[in-house]
Design a protein around this ligand. Sequence first.
Ligand SMILES: NC(=O)c1ccc[n+]([C@@H]2O[C@H](COP(=O)([O-])OP(=O)(O)OC[C@H]3O[C@@H](n4cnc5c(N)ncnc54)[C@H](OP(=O)(O)O)[C@@H]3O)[C@@H](O)[C@H]2O)c1
Length: 268
Amino acid sequence: MKVLVTGASGNTGRPLVRLLSEAGATVRAASRRTGFDWSDPATHHAAVDGVERMYLVAPVGVAEPEPLVRPFLERARETGVRRVVLLSSSAVATGDPGLGRVDSAVREIMPEFAVLRPSWFMQNFTGDHPVAEGIRTRGEIVTATGEGRVAFIDAADIAASAAALLLADECGRDEHVITGPEAISYAEAAAIYSEVTGVEVRHTSVGTTDLADRFVAAGYPADFAAALAALDEGIRHGSEDRVTGTVHRLTGRPPKPLRRFLAEQLRR
Ligand SMILES: NC(=O)c1ccc[n+]([C@@H]2O[C@H](COP(=O)([O-])OP(=O)(O)OC[C@H]3O[C@@H](n4cnc5c(N)ncnc54)[C@H](OP(=O)(O)O)[C@@H]3O)[C@@H](O)[C@H]2O)c1
């Protein structure tokens, strides 16, 4: 079976390529570093040619990715792709602006699909994300989440869930809300980070507009910055205060807790 993995160098794509290869699938890894560019349709045919199933990470940092992704999906369907596993977000419903419109396109075009709706990634604490940047430079996590809780998820657990759905004989036409094992506030996450690393980290909650301004100052486009800050407002009101059993159901094992993730990634 030939599987295309877009976003193949990213948080979920990298472990997914490894898992699919280990399971015996033929994997085509696609991102700009392998010559695939969402903004260059001339690179699209080579990506989907001969592929049956696809993991879809829409262009990141683009407020409205659907106009780039829809023609790609239509071409993929014409060339024989039957199943798409889409990386969306727990905060995005079908038809919402942004990823929600990509979700709608997948549902319209593909006979089989799985829309993954993961919670916030644990990698935000360790990678290039503004949260990790704030920890490294100031020992501070700035959000607009107040005391709101999030069930942070390891991207590797999302990849394992995606692998199960891509490799299954059938995956139906469904969406899957994916969370880590516990919903915690950013203050609790900061305390766990401090305990694991010995480096003092605190959480500061600011207003939504203030946070959007900070994202713009960090180089994000204004519309994308506003959309990200609005997500924090949702968390403040409890939108992410939930835990699902999806990782266990799809992979047969529980998702990783934040403490263990940070210990593996950061402990010196
Ligand atoms: N972070 C979170 O907490 C969170 C939570 C829920 C959902 N999500 C969603 O998860 C998705 C992935 O986010 P992430 O931050 O983890 O990113 P990521 O997957 O780690 O990185 C983006 C990937 O896309 C590729 N890429 C970027 N621009 C491209 C282009 N123009 N053409 C082709 N490939 C391109 C990158 O590789 P190259 O640089 O090699 O092109 C990279 O492999 C996003 O849609 C985000 O909304 C994130």
